[in-house]
Design a protein around this ligand. Structure first.
Ligand code: ZN
Length: 179
């Protein structure tokens, strides 16, 4: 058991005395979402291993510029990892939010496929097609990226797609918007 620190806590994440601050709460919520929120689980959104440590997360992102700021993913399809998170205001996030809002709720999609929501989430997370098909035989995408477990996501229609290509498309879109 780890020793108690000055504040009397044995939790190593309490050592920095940041417990209860906005950034600490944001860190807790980020991890909670990725483990428990079915939408995040279904999309396979993860927190990178380094950020299981609050200190490492804090070292990267620092304090929020204001109370209106919250942790935002730059690429909404990407993970919580260095290069893809920032502090952003609600207004700055609204564009990403719109994209998410227009998506059909995952429970509705599961129902359409005749699957239990948890079965649906499991299949999407592990890149298993929603229905058995020849789609499973494909080992590479049209651009030659390997359709490995980590590089596959399942769309609403139950097909497997390449995550690398999706990331590239999202990046191109962002570059287009910027110019
Ligand atoms: Zn690809």
């Amino acid at each position: 058991m780890p020793p108690r620190n000055q504040s009397g806590s044995r939790n190593p994440n309490h050592r920095h005395g940041m417990h209860g601050t906005k950034v600490y709460t944001a860190w807790q919520q980020m991890r909670h979402r990725c483990k428990k929120d079915p939408r995040y689980v279904a999309n396979g959104t993860k927190v990178c291993p380094e950020w299981e440590s609050f200190a490492d997360f804090y070292a990267y992102i620092g304090d929020p510029p204001s109370d209106d700021h919250s942790v935002d993913r730059i690429d909404p399809f990407g993970n919580y990892e260095p290069g893809n998170v920032r502090w952003a205001t609600r207004l700055e996030q609204s564009r990403n939010f719109r994209v998410h809002k227009e998506r059909e709720p995952h429970t509705a999609v599961a129902e359409r496929h005749g699957l239990h929501p948890q079965t649906y989430a499991y299949r999407v997370k592990n890149g298993i097609p929603l229905s058995k098909s020849t789609d499973l035989r494909k080992t590479h995408c049209v651009h030659g990226h390997e359709l490995s477990k980590d590089n596959v996501y399942v769309c609403k229609r139950g097909k497997r797609h390449c995550k690398t290509c999706r990331r590239n498309r999202a990046r191109k879109l962002r570059e287009k918007r910027r110019s």
